[in-house]
Design a protein around this ligand. Structure first.
Ligand code: G4P
Length: 295
């Protein structure tokens, strides 16, 4: 990942967001719809500290629509409003201002009852790197805005962008860190392309990808690579390597002696996965047993 998160960085990032929270009415918590748990900051509740929040499942164009529906229900059950959007094309991005107003309607009604003219709702986007914060800001603004990282001093250099008639968005998003100390989280983020390959080995990422996909989406990968038998046990590493070798053979990734070039095969699998060629895939279901869960 571009940013190395050491404890000092986390403390600074947390403080920067908490300073910005003083300026806003609502936070838009951006998650990757393919990995809503792995793309979630482990301290988000503590950081947002009861600030009204809208959960935005971004990249929903790449996620399994049924899984996205389950996630929306899950977050609703947790007491959060949630929308699923595709910031790259703008699909459903227009729902965000409407939902924000809905969440804050009581506050707005109180201001009106006091005879006040309600001012614009002020919002901040928060999320881990690569989740699509800049893309969403540009999409909401309807133009390209040069988005820079955090600068020292909260109010200096930051600007409010008018989004629709009565919402203002802070032009610098809050950058959060994932629960990367968890190996599975790291691999899931790497599968989606959120963590660059220099950090984790390509073969290992592809191995995890095939293991996850064989469990959840076997018909999709068997069709894409013309595979016969599913692994008997997805927890058996030899079985997963056998599937990778089958894929390599189908794609002509061979080295001397009829052996499969696993590195080349891994590259193909990851490119296909990230480009959506394996279909719309979600790697986490709401009630999976996995670290980082809140319930
Ligand atoms: P960030 O500010 O949170 O760090 O993320 P950013 O907006 O830069 O988005 C990261 C990548 O994700 C970008 O791809 C962007 O186009 C893509 N992206 C953002 N939102 C969506 C979405 O809703 N759907 C899809 N399909 N893609 C989205 P990129 O610039 O090509 O970067 P990369 O692919 O080279 O890593």
């Amino acid at each position: 990942m571009a940013i190395q998160w050491f404890p000092g960085h986390m403390t600074r990032a947390k403080r920067q967001i908490q300073d910005k929270l003083k300026l806003i009415d609502i936070a838009f918590e951006l998650l990757d719809a393919r990995v809503p748990l792995s793309s979630r900051n482990p301290m988000i509740d503590e950081i947002l500290n009861n600030k009204p929040r809208l959960i935005v499942l971004n990249k929903s164009d790449l996620a399994d629509p049924k899984a996205t529906e389950s996630w929306m229900q899950y977050f609703a059950h947790e007491g959060h409003e949630c929308v699923a959007v595709d910031s790259s094309t703008g699909t459903r991005v227009g729902d965000i201002p409407a939902k924000a107003k809905q969440i804050l309607h009581e506050k707005i009604a109180r201001q009106i009852a006091k005879g006040m003219n309600p001012r614009a709702i002020r919002a901040l986007i928060v999320g881990i790197p690569n989740v699509g914060k800049s893309t969403l800001i540009n999409r909401l603004a309807g133009r390209n805005i040069a988005i820079t990282g955090d600068r020292p001093g909260v109010t200096k250099g930051q600007q409010w962008i008018r989004v629709g008639g009565d919402i203002e968005l802070l032009d610098t998003p809050g950058i959060l860190w994932p629960k990367f100390e968890d190996e599975l989280v790291g691999y899931r983020l790497a599968m989606t392309g959120a963590i660059k390959e220099q950090i984790l080995n390509v073969d290992d990422i592809a191995f995890f990808a095939v293991r996850e996909l064989a469990g959840r989406y076997w018909p999709t990968i068997s069709e894409r690579y013309d595979l016969d038998a599913p692994p008997k046990d997805v927890e058996d590493s030899d079985e997963i390597v056998r599937v990778m070798e089958d894929i390599g053979r189908r794609r002509g990734c061979l080295i001397g002696g009829g052996r499969v070039d696993l590195e080349k095969t891994s590259g193909i699998i990851l490119r296909d996965l990230r480009a959506g060629k394996l279909g719309r895939i979600t790697l986490e279901a709401p009630y999976d047993d996995m670290p980082g869960r809140k319930d």
